[in-house]
Ligand binder design. Structure first.
Ligand code: HPA
Length: 267
């Protein structure tokens, strides 16, 4: 798969392009790819091992280029566990960006808020995650001991501080907290969310945790950001829907874009 990317880079006159940071853009946040001064953009369909995304708002393109002086590899669209019941959907893509030279994976996602002080539109840097979904993207990985990945400081504390500093510079209020992964695609029940609060979660979503595990396995540092698109089930009256996720993500995406731009420009 690296060969396919190298061939495209050579074709575009940038054979030595070596991205430093890989970025995964979550639901409704794909527009950040416009901030990249592109060197090449390659549909996932042309890249063996990359996922075929089935969520409408996920474009499914690898965009290679620069944000300020920083060379980046933007994964515009992710595949989720719930799409095919495969926890390692993003394995090929994450391996590829690691092989290309990336040292860090910056993830974004849309999430539900478990905190009344983080209303829809709020931004939260992820300090840790809870994966009690009973699945792991490293099932079947191995043999050998590399599958026993250490998850202490999985979200790099230094990069977390840099992300908070970037938010300050970009004039975006940024909380920090724990993200809990649920498999989806159905939303959580109010009872599940009450349980998640007791467990220490601040935000809930259907992605990110598997990708963090895959990235740590591939030797990448991880830093991640959630955009709250709704209060989680039962926190306030009313039903949940994917349309709201997209509408709020689109409305608040300019804050996230600014923050990501500052973080990457000064990386
Ligand atoms: N739950 C799970 N995933 C989500 C939510 C939610 O409330 N909002 C956006 N993604």
């Amino acid at each position: 798969m690296i060969d396919a990317i190298a061939a495209r880079l050579a074709e575009k006159g940038a054979p030595g392009f070596r991205p430093k940071v890989a970025v995964i853009l979550g639901s409704g946040l794909g527009g950040f790819a416009d901030e990249v001064k592109p060197v090449a953009a390659i549909p996932y369909g042309e890249l063996p091992g990359f996922p075929q995304t089935t969520v409408g708002s996920h474009a499914g393109r690898l965009v290679l280029g620069h944000v300020g002086p920083t060379p980046v590899a933007v994964l515009q669209g992710r595949a989720h566990y719930y799409e095919r019941g495969k926890a390692d959907e993003m394995r090929g893509a994450i391996r590829a960006v690691a092989e290309l030279g990336c040292e860090t994976l910056l993830q974004t996602n849309a999430a539900g808020s478990l905190r009344l002080d983080m209303p829809p539109g709020s931004v939260m840097a992820i300090s840790d995650h809870i994966n009690f979904a009973g699945i792991n993207p490293l099932f079947g990985a191995g043999p050998g001991d590399s599958r026993f990945v250490d998850m202490v400081d999985a979200y790099d504390p230094t990069l977390l501080k840099k992300l908070m500093a970037a938010a300050h510079t970009a004039n975006v209020r940024c909380h920090d907290g724990v993200y809990i992964f649920f498999s989806g695609p159905s939303f959580e029940t109010p009872a599940e969310i009450r349980a998640a609060r007791v467990l220490g979660a601040d935000a809930v979503g259907m992605s990110t945790a598997p990708e963090t595990i895959l990235a740590r396995h591939a030797g990448l540092k991880v830093v991640a950001l959630s955009l709250m698109t709704n209060y989680a089930a039962g926190l306030v009256p009313g039903a949940l829907g994917h349309e709201q996720t997209l509408a709020v993500a689109n409305a608040a995406s300019s804050d996230v874009r600014r923050l990501l731009r500052v973080f990457l420009e000064t990386y």
